[in-house]
Design a protein around this ligand. Structure first.
Ligand SMILES: Cc1ncc(COP(=O)(O)O)c(C=O)c1O
Length: 484
């Protein structure tokens, strides 16, 4: 018998104690019991409902404590009871709400999904709570491999560095671009972009309030994002601006950073031709292309947005987060940095790897993607309900004037699991009031944009069904009616 045959026989017959614990029948039975009990309780959550007066005191007390400890009131009077059912979530006052923002797009499979909870319980048996660069188990490798393989199907991306936030994934991406260009000092970004809140990302992100009091030590050159009202002229104008920047600062840009669907900026989309024209010009000038998909990852008609737009060949670095639970920076072999550039004590928790993988595998194999996938169909259902709503109440939807002076193409927008509605001409104050009313009435949403402002929905596309938009729009009607 050869040595390799002996090794194969030995390894297939022998298990680690860790593996036998994970297959232990007593543990399997305990998990089955937990899932059964959970399902029985959560199935009592069938629709939005008001809170209970006595429980409200407990919610208020927790809100006061949250305010005291943080030194600032939470954005919403949201404190969960720890139970939910898909798109529905129960709060401490016993109220039940449709959660259409999910902590800004994190809980793709909603609240209390049985499979996600099971993955989390199994991960809780791991010897490690947090995994990192020095110490990790096989799930960290599987997580990185999953993302790298998925990305490599339609791009040159090859490697994956895992981080514990979208912002840290972006910090890693910026470092790669800087090292690749020998510390070129300038960055090209799009107006209205958002990238996280480290001191550097707060400076690149184009929101004035997020940079206040920050020492400005980053050189950012902004390009206008695609303007649908201008069409091809918008592409020509933006390319001309990019070429001007390249001419003005030759060899001084370390990257062109793009969100292929702008998140915080207003759920702006752009056609492939827009990005192709810009990426071609950047590549010609030796400027790396970095695609920030932290918000859009998993939510459009393909897992990576660059795939749907067929832009993979241009992407040198991509960052993902939110729905993946653990975040990551993926890059081509060419951008693999020198030792020492990327590391960190924490990559992610064992439960983030387990639940992230559970969700990503379901998304990959569950018919979610493609033009007729579940995500596209959910967007169509949203659009149909929104169109009927706008037609019934034109008084709430006057024309919206964009910063370029032209009216916005439509008050309904977005793509996939990124859904936008622009009432009240995009007026910030009225949309703020509307969000508070929606919350009280049973729908949790958020805003986006910098003027015009929009109503932003990031529903749990993994579990929300098209029919669920019917009760959601009924609540919306009530909340709109009392917003003036
Ligand atoms: C496009 C984009 N990039 C980066 C980030 C930062 O991610 P995190 O909040 O996980 O640091 C966000 C967060 O909303 C985002 O939308």
């Amino acid at each position: 018998m050869t040595t390799s045959a002996t090794t194969t026989m030995t390894t297939s017959a022998v298990h680690t104690l860790g593996a036998s614990l994970h297959a232990n029948p007593a543990i399997e039975a305990a998990i089955a019991t937990i899932r059964r009990e959970l399902a029985q309780t959560q199935h009592q959550l069938t629709g939005a409902r008001a809170g209970n007066v006595q429980l409200k005191l407990s919610l208020d007390e927790h809100l006061a404590r949250a305010t005291e400890v943080r030194g600032r009131a939470p954005l919403y009077p949201y404190i969960g009871s720890g139970l939910g059912n898909g798109a529905l979530v129960e709060l401490l006052d016993g109220s039940v709400k449709w959660d259409l923002i999910n902590g800004i797009g994190v809980h793709m499979f909603g609240h209390g999904d049985g499979e996600v909870i099971e993955a989390s319980i199994r991960a809780s048996l791991s010897d490690l709570v947090m995994q990192g660069n020095l110490q990790f188990n096989s799930d960290a490798i599987e997580f990185g491999e999953f993302l790298a393989h998925e990305a490599a199907r339609t791009s040159r991306l090859k490697h994956c560095f895992i981080t514990n936030s979208g912002c840290m994934a972006n910090e890693a991406a910026l470092k790669l671009c800087q090292q690749k260009t020998n510390a070129a000092p300038r960055i090209i970004a799009f107006a209205d972009c958002f990238m996280g809140r480290s001191t550097t990302m707060s400076q690149i992100g184009d929101t004035a309030a997020y940079r206040q009091g920050i020492a400005l030590n980053i050189h950012v050159d902004y390009l206008p994002f695609y303007d649908a009202t201008q069409g091809a002229r918008s592409i020509e104008a933006t390319v001309a601006q990019l070429e001007q920047l390249i001419h003005r600062y030759p060899g001084q840009h370390c990257c062109l950073i793009a969100e292929l669907v702008q998140g915080e900026g207003g759920f702006h989309t752009a056609p492939r031709e827009f990005f192709v024209a810009l990426f071609e010009a950047a590549k010609k000038a030796g400027i790396p292309v970095w695609d920030d998909e932290v918000q859009s990852f998993g939510r459009t008609e393909s897992m990576f947005c660059f795939e749907r737009l067929d832009l993979g060949q241009y992407i040198d670095v991509v960052t993902v987060g939110k729905i993946s639970q653990a975040c990551a920076c993926l890059y081509t072999a060419d951008f693999n940095p020198r030792a020492g550039l990327l590391s960190g004590t924490f990559a992610a928790s064992s439960s983030a790897f387990a639940t992230g993988l559970c969700m990503l595998r379901r998304l990959q194999s569950g018919g979610y993607y493609g033009r007729d996938g579940r995500i596209a169909r959910l967007f169509n259902a949203y659009q149909t309900c929104a169109q009927a709503f706008v037609a019934k109440h034109p008084e709430w939807f006057p024309a919206v004037i964009t910063p370029s002076g032209s009216p916005m193409a439509s008050v309904i927008g977005g793509t996939g699991g990124m859904m936008r509605l622009t009432p009240f001409g995009g007026n910030r104050e009225r949309i703020g009031k509307l969000l508070a009313h929606l919350f009280e009435d049973g729908v949790i949403a958020f805003s986006c944009g910098h003027g015009p402002y929009h109503l932003r929905l990031l529903p749990p596309v993994g579990v929300m069904t098209p029919e669920q938009f019917v009760p959601v729009f009924e609540i919306m009607e009530k909340s709109f009616a009392r917003t003036n």
